[in-house]
Design a protein around this ligand. Structure first.
Ligand SMILES: Nc1nc2c(ncn2[C@@H]2O[C@H](COP(=O)(O)OP(=O)(O)O)[C@@H](O)[C@H]2O)c(=O)[nH]1
Ligand SMILES: [Mg+2]
Length: 272
């Protein structure tokens, strides 16, 4: 009897795993963001960004939240690893698509070399290189969205390294920084929205038609009726999901809590 009761109790209190794929081009900061989540939500701080080594294979972190277990899969972004991404698609419930925020930063881009002899892990690329990186990140995401399973998985485009945006000085200009990041999010939301409009339904189509940013998934996740929830398509659209854009920094932890909150809302929605 006791065994039965304890079995029922553990069933009631069981946290349902919510699998999150963290993908994106190599070096965008996927592994550093996992360390940042450890710092903001874990029992002990994660590694600082400058101590994180390039990922070989995969890196998994489980984050228990009230009633949910976020299982984060950080897969290497090298071309060899990209071939393996699809093995994870079927099991995933959400995608964090991590890119470098500077690829969408239209303010002045310096091409000067750093003056000291230490290698800079975040060299500032020239403007045309930024555009090429942005285009490449779209090609990669578009290829993922061709997958039958991934076309309905909600995703967040994470503009990481916002601490490196031109003119941002986190210590002294935090107000300016917040505004600059939010402008960048709007720019990127339109940039991605116009491309996603060809394959995605409601929110992105709305963004491209009205020339205003798509509604924040943080808001829409809370108000979307059950028939429109991710994975429960109510129309013939090939893709029907929630997506949004969020600026983060794995160094100063900007946006990291919002990123986890976004995933938590999706996990809650999936249970409902
Ligand atoms: N300034 C800054 N550097 C970052 C940030 N995130 C990652 N980096 C740097 O970018 C490099 C690549 O990060 P990593 O997490 O290994 O990229 P991944 O290949 O996407 O996993 C690291 O050595 C960090 O120094 C960030 O938010 N800000
Ligand atoms: Mg990595």
């Amino acid at each position: 009897m006791l065994h039965l009761i304890s079995g029922l109790y553990s069933e009631w209190t069981r946290k349902i795993p919510f699998n999150v794929l963290i993908l994106g081009p190599e070096g965008a900061g996927k592994s550093c963001l996992i360390e940042a989540i450890k710092t903001t939500h874990g029992n002990r701080p994660g590694l600082p960004a400058d101590k994180v080594k390039p990922t070989i294979g995969q890196n998994i972190f489980e984050l228990p939240l009230t009633g949910n277990l976020l299982r984060l899969w950080d897969l290497g972004g090298s071309e060899d690893m990209q071939k393996l991404w699809q093995k994870y698609y079927k099991e995933s419930h959400a995608l964090l698509w991590v890119v470098d925020a500077r690829w969408w930063d239209d303010v002045e881009v310096s091409s000067e070399e750093p003056s000291d002899s230490m290698p800079n892990p975040n060299p500032v690329p020239a403007a045309n290189a930024l555009r090429a990186q942005a285009a490449m990140s779209w090609d990669l995401l578009a290829a993922i969205m061709q997958d039958r399973h991934m076309s309905t998985v909600p995703f967040l485009i994470v503009l990481n390294k916002t601490d490196q945006l031109t003119g941002v000085d986190g210590q002294t200009r935090s107000r300016y920084k917040t505004e600059q990041i939010s402008e960048l999010e709007d720019t990127a939301r339109l940039w991605w929205g116009s491309r996603l409009a060809s394959v995605i339904s409601r929110s992105a189509t709305k963004a491209s038609k009205t020339e205003t940013p798509a509604p924040s998934a943080f808001e829409s996740a809370a108000v979307t009726p059950s028939s429109e929830r991710p994975g429960s398509s109510s129309s013939d659209d090939p893709v029907d999901t929630i997506w949004d854009v969020l600026g983060t920094s794995a160094v100063d932890l900007t946006g990291v809590r919002d990123m986890v909150h976004f995933l938590e809302l999706l996990a809650e929605q999936r249970k409902a």
